[in-house]
Structure formats: C-alpha cells, structure tokens
Design a protein around this ligand. Structure first.
Ligand code: PHE
Length: 347
C-alpha cells in the first residue's frame, strides 16, 4: 500500500499556516493528530498489511506524524509571539489590561476611622453603644431632667413599642440623639481609670437641608481618672486637631454650655481654607466650630455609679459629617447619603 506522505504534509502545511488563532489551530490538530485523526487512521491500517510492508509503512506514518507535530508547534509559537492568546481568539496580549474596579471606603467611614486612629494612638479604646437607647441614658443620666429646656435642643425620635425590646427595659426608648449616653454605659461596665471613644450614628428629627440630616454620625470621647483636669482635655484635643488638620492649625476654646459637662467649651479651629482671612466656609469669621467638650458633670459620674469626690473626667463630642465636609470641602451633607458613585469615587 502506498501513501503520498509528502502530499499530505504539504497540504497540512498550507492549512496550518493559514490558521490565525489558537482555536483554528486546535481544530486542525484534532483533524490530523487527534485520536480519530488522519495519522491515527493510517496507524490503524498497519495490522492488515503484509508483514514485509509493515516496517516501511509504519516508518512513513511516524515520520509524517513527527513532521506534523513540528509544524503545529511552530505555528503555535508564532501565534503566541504575535500576541494572539492561545484559545482566546482575537485577543491581543500586548494591550494594557483593564484595571479591576476596587471598592473604596465611604468618605464618612474614612474620616471616622482616621478620628478613631488618632485617639487610638493617644490611648483611647473604642466602645460601642446601641442606637436604640433608653430615655434615661440619653437624658436623665446626662443631667438633662424631663423639664429641662435643653431637651428641646435634642429633639428626639421616640420609638412606639416601649416594651418589646432587646434592651430588657420597660423604659421609654428612643433613637439616641447623641453618642453621650454611651458614656453612662461605658462607665457602668468599666472601672476607671478609662479613656474611650464611641463612634456611631445619632438621630434628630431635623428637616433635611444642605447642613442637616435626620441621621448623622458622632464620635464621643471621654476619660475618667483620679486627677483628670481640663488641661488634659486641652492637651488631647490639641494633639487631635494637629494630627487631623495639620500642625499649623490654631485652636480656641470658647466657653459654652452642656448639661452633662461643667465647665463646658466649644472648640474652633482656624479656617484652613482662608487661613483666618475670612471666606464663605467660615462665614468670614476665620474660625470653624468642630466640637463640644467639658469636664464630666458630677451628676453624670454619680448616675454611672462613680463617686465624684474621687473620680473626675472630661468628655467631648464631634460630628463626623461636619469634619468630613470641612476636610474635603463638601458643601452639602445630603451628598453623603445619596450614594451617587460620581461623588463617592472622588474619595
Ligand atoms: N453630646 C453633645 C452634642 O451632641 C456633644 C458633647 C459631648 C459636648 C460631650 C460635650 C461633651 O452636641
């Protein structure tokens, strides 16, 4: 039996050379070298041949097989080199890849983490309080009695099912209007000396506009010890402001009032946009208010179970949105909660 090996090889060579991608080449490889391919067909004929023919025939088929294998290997290498991915028809490996989209932290989360990190370095531990609070912790324990006019300043969302709750209390429940009630919880659980910060959501039934939201975030901070003074509070806040807004930032402590601190102050920082010259962000005053603070009122220490003649403490509270707005130059609080990617992608 005679087979025209060189004709088969020539034909295969032309076909292989015309393959433009790995997939077409693979189809051809199966046709010639596959288990049911041409070479295998020829091999299958061997047992039927006369014994004297077998040797020469077998050698011929083997030779063809090796030739073909070489041609395929060469073409595959050429296709790979010319940047056509094997099996990936039409894909150019030399083109720059598409960057996978990486998620990012929300700007408020970023700022909140930065605040917690700075206080962490100053030795404060993170503590969490519940958003659903008792009226007692949110008000009475913080020296804000029922008839106290300052309750108006903390207008509050009350919750209508007071008895079925996980806080195991029959008290009236509300959405906390500040993070200060966590002071009471922390001081009841942990023995002083202590230094803690409490990041979290708070709620106030404010009409939503560019600077108000019915839900926003605060970070509360407080320290209780035997000889904690106002100067400790000042030192901690100065260190915080310099870390957060830069070493050149000026600060001023303005006397203020909070029922749960005495004395109380509000802290302003020099406007870093106009450096004190006066701009629209600082309303031409050169100063930006960033937090409220003071020495923990003796009534508050007492309601958390500590003797105010032995223990003293300071506390402060700041709005995360306000700090983020100042830091990033954002002029509308609603942007934080709309989750518009065009806004979020900028941070
Ligand atoms: N709880 C106050 C507020 O929400 C902030 C504050 C906290 C002031 C601690 C003094 C001390 O406005």
């Amino acid at each position: 039996m005679s087979v025209d090996y060189s004709h088969i090889a020539e034909e295969a060579k032309t076909q292989i050379a015309s393959c433009q991608d790995g997939e077409a080449l693979e189809v051809l490889r199966v046709k010639y070298l596959g288990r049911k391919g041409m070479v295998q067909d020829l091999m299958a004929k061997i047992p039927a041949l006369a014994p004297e023919e077998r040797r020469a025939f077998g050698a011929g088929v083997n030779n063809l097989k090796n030739n073909l294998a070489d041609l395929f290997a060469q073409r595959e290498a050429t296709l790979n080199n010319s940047a056509v991915l094997f099996r990936g028809a039409g894909m150019d490996r030399t083109l720059p890849g598409k960057k996978p989209l990486l998620g990012k932290l929300h700007p408020l989360t970023q700022v909140q983490s930065e605040i917690c990190e700075v206080f962490g370095r100053l030795g404060f531990k993170v503590f969490f309080g519940p958003e659903l609070e008792t009226e007692f912790n949110n008000f009475e324990a913080l020296n804000i009695p029922l008839d106290h006019p300052s309750r108006d300043a903390f207008d509050t969302f009350y919750v209508s099912q007071p008895h079925s709750n996980s806080l195991k209390t029959t008290e009236r429940l509300l959405l906390r209007s500040h993070t200060s009630p966590a002071q009471i919880r922390a001081m009841k659980i942990c023995k002083p000396p202590l230094a803690m910060i409490v990041p979290g959501r708070v709620y106030r039934p404010d009409a939503v506009d560019a600077s108000h939201s019915f839900m926003f975030h605060q970070v509360e901070g407080f320290a209780v010890g035997e000889d904690i003074r106002f100067s400790d509070l000042k030192g901690v806040l100065i260190a915080f402001v310099q870390e957060m807004f830069g070493a050149k930032t000026k600060m001023r402590f303005r006397p203020s009032f909070f029922p749960f601190t005495e004395p109380s102050a509000e802290v302003d920082i020099s406007c870093f946009i106009c450096a004190g010259a006066g701009c629209s962000v600082c309303k031409k005053s050169g100063w930006l208010e960033i937090l409220g603070c003071g020495m923990i009122h003796p009534h508050v220490l007492r309601s958390a179970g500590h003797d105010p003649s032995r223990w003293r403490g300071f506390a402060f509270g700041m709005g995360v949105e306000r700090i983020a707005m100042l830091k990033f130059g954002i002029n509308d609080i609603r942007l934080f909660f709309e989750n518009d990617l065009r806004f979020l992608e900028q941070f």
